[in-house]
Design a protein around this ligand. Structure first.
Ligand code: CA
Length: 317
């Protein structure tokens, strides 16, 4: 069993990943922490509570802060053209959800939960890296107690999606991402190199909606707005970015990884770019020296990953 804290900014592909974690038999979802990105943290937290209620998820929800790790960074608008004004595809999510939020902030919840389960917790982070970086700053000694960190973000051997250099989750808080990539815990980065190969067709989603009961039907309804956006990028369907990170946790064999120190460019025209120094390469002294080697996913068996994701989403409670 994998004890998982899901750090998320729901977000349509986040919603799919959350249902995957809820339904996969090898995942014990012990916490949901929210971050801003696809929408404000007020909205992403409301959406997490909405999905928790609709899907009967037990895990507590802890709300993150609404500032980048470097508070001087200017605010960038929300991508409402991808995720809708409500962050969930404009399905009329209620204004408020009558469920309690954990009294702790997201980063404090992460620290406390990891310290209560040393060596056992996997952090899956599929939004900006702000909460994880804040946790490292508040409690620098807790990183080695984390079993594994799996991130959806970054782009290594391919272009970014928000600039030619940068992927959106990393671009949204580059300083936080650099702190997370260089911390003494094992990180695997599931970025655009593999997620853009993982396209769920409309037919696959319709099949999941038919087999998976009301929760899968809701997921399908949420996803239609996103599919319309993706028509300009893929011929049929949607890229399931965040679910790829969850699939990695239960089926790492479906991914090809490369080891090496990963740094994040902070500032300039390549702001938010992720750059790995492969362990097999030698260079003169550089800012990549004397830091932990992490894993970047560079290929995926997309057909098998999509089957795993689809079959999991269609499982009944
Ligand atoms: Ca996300």
């Amino acid at each position: 069993m994998h004890k998982v804290i899901f750090d998320t900014d729901p977000g349509i592909d986040d919603a799919m990943a959350l249902l995957f974690l809820h339904r996969h038999p090898d995942i014990d979802l012990i916490g949901i922490t929210t971050v801003f990105g696809n929408a404000s943290v007020e909205t992403t937290t409301r959406n997490a509570l909405f999905l928790k209620r609709e899907w009967g998820i037990k895990a507590p929800v802890a709300k993150g802060l609404d500032k980048t790790f470097n508070p001087d960074r200017p605010h960038v608008g929300w991508p409402t053209f991808i995720h809708g004004d409500d962050g969930l595809g404009n399905i009329d999510v209620p204004e408020t959800i009558d469920l309690p939020v954990d009294p702790r902030s997201a980063h404090r919840f992460i620290i406390d939960t990891v310290r209560a389960n040393p060596g056992e917790v996997t952090l899956i982070a599929v939004g900006r890296m702000t909460n994880l970086a804040l946790a490292l700053r508040e409690d620098p000694d807790f990183a080695p107690l984390v079993r594994e960190v799996v991130i959806m973000g970054g782009a290594f051997d391919v272009n970014g999606n928000i600039t030619p250099a940068a992927e959106a989750n990393i671009h949204g808080d580059p300083e936080a991402a650099d702190v997370v990539m260089t911390a003494p815990w094992p990180v695997t980065v599931v970025g655009l190199d593999v997620t853009t190969k993982t396209v769920m067709t409309k037919a696959m989603l319709a099949d999941i909606a038919e087999r998976g009961g009301a929760p899968a039907k809701l997921l399908s309804d949420i996803s239609q707005f996103y599919i319309t956006f993706y028509e300009q990028h893929v011929p049929d369907g949607m890229v399931v970015h965040d679910s790829c990170a969850c699939a990695y946790v239960v089926a790492p064999d479906l991914f090809k990884v490369r080891s090496g120190v990963i740094r994040v460019v902070c500032g300039g025209i390549a702001d938010g770019q992720t750059i790995q120094k492969p362990d097999s390469r030698l260079f003169p002294p550089s800012p990549w020296d004397n830091l932990p080697s992490q894993k970047a996913c560079i290929d995926i068996d997309a057909a098998k990953a999509l089957k795993l994701i689809g079959d999991t989403l269609a499982l009944h409670d």
